[in-house]
Design a protein around this ligand. Structure first.
Ligand code: GLV
Length: 308
């Protein structure tokens, strides 16, 4: 079996090859670009040229959870299965990111950081442990489901929203576009980890922001395209939205002149909420290739029409 490994952006190819080898030493591994004809590609945003030079590929393994980029490129030949990583350790990271954001907001950490700069000692007792925010989680797949459950185990009241109905123990869940305003109206903190698709593009727009209670806080661990930036900046300016912690952006790296960088109520992180853990990611890829070779059905196959 010959496995092609490709990456756009940071050079993780040698590390991935080593890790795949550790899991399955009997296969051969090649770094793109090569004309060695391979059976599978493990890649991140593979270019169209890869598919013209590699006509015998049986499937594409997306080295990440989100497939919006690979689908938008339109390079994968029609009918070729695209398999995305499922959890692989990313859900736990996403839960950590969400919990940090919730606590940062709830426990007024921005205020206390600012006070420390001025050596100013003042307690704000109207929040703290007394008022626990209700946290809304948008997207209840592997990542969102884990985030919602971890937050609930941590003692927060959690509500969830997804395109289709999901049931989670002890968590009120709503589904579908029509339920969105009712869902949002009960969220003091909104955490989004929806896949970016034609239907979720810009879902956090002026109307959605207006449905949130005044003073709500937003955490985006999904994709930048879920949010209409101008609408969020306006809602931050008006004070309707108290703040945001954002990990993903329409354009990455976030352009230096973007309003988010210098907004006092926005925390910007450089797409680190959940990065692909190389060990678990490669173990999953090897197990799924072996299963496909045995003629079995694997989970995580993308429906290009749905976009995830
Ligand atoms: C990261 O954003 C991923 O899609 O895995």
């Amino acid at each position: 079996m010959k496995i092609l490994v490709q990456s756009s952006g940071i050079d993780v190819v040698p590390g991935i090859i080593n890790e795949l080898k550790a899991h399955q030493p009997d296969w051969q591994y090649f770094a793109w670009p090569t004309d060695e004809q391979c059976d599978y590609v493990v890649g991140w945003k593979p270019p169209a040229e890869l598919f013209t030079r590699q006509p015998h590929l049986k499937a594409v393994f997306n080295y990440g959870a989100g497939v919006d980029a690979v689908l938008a490129m339109g390079a994968v030949p029609a009918g070729m299965p695209i398999v995305r990583l499922e959890d692989a350790g990313m859900a736990q990271q996403m839960a950590e990111y969400a919990i940090y954001g919730v606590i940062y907001h709830q426990r007024r950490m921005r205020t206390y950081h600012a006070q420390q700069r001025d050596k100013h000692w003042q307690q704000h007792e109207d929040r703290g442990n007394v008022q626990r925010p209700t946290v809304g989680v948008m997207g209840l797949g592997e990542m969102g489901g884990t985030v919602a459950t971890r937050l609930a185990n941590f003692g927060y009241t959690v509500r969830g929203w997804s395109r289709t109905k999901h049931s989670l123990d002890g968590i009120e869940t709503l589904a579908g576009h029509d339920a969105l305003p009712a869902f949002l109206s009960g969220c003091d903190v909104l955490f989004t980890v929806l896949p970016l698709t034609a239907t979720t593009q810009g879902v956090i727009n002026a109307a959605a922001l207006a449905s949130l209670p005044r003073g709500a806080f937003i955490i985006n661990g999904g994709r930048g395209g879920l949010i209409v930036d101008a609408d969020l900046v306006a809602a931050l300016e008006s004070g309707h939205i108290a703040g945001a912690m954002l990990d993903v952006f329409h354009e990455e790296p976030l352009p230096k002149d973007h309003a988010y960088w210098s907004h006092p109520n926005v925390i910007v992180t450089p797409h680190i909420a959940a990065t692909t853990p190389i060990k678990d990611g490669c173990a999953q890829v090897v197990a799924k290739i072996a299963a496909l070779e045995r003629g079995e059905v694997v989970s995580g196959i993308v429906d290009p029409k749905m976009g995830y």
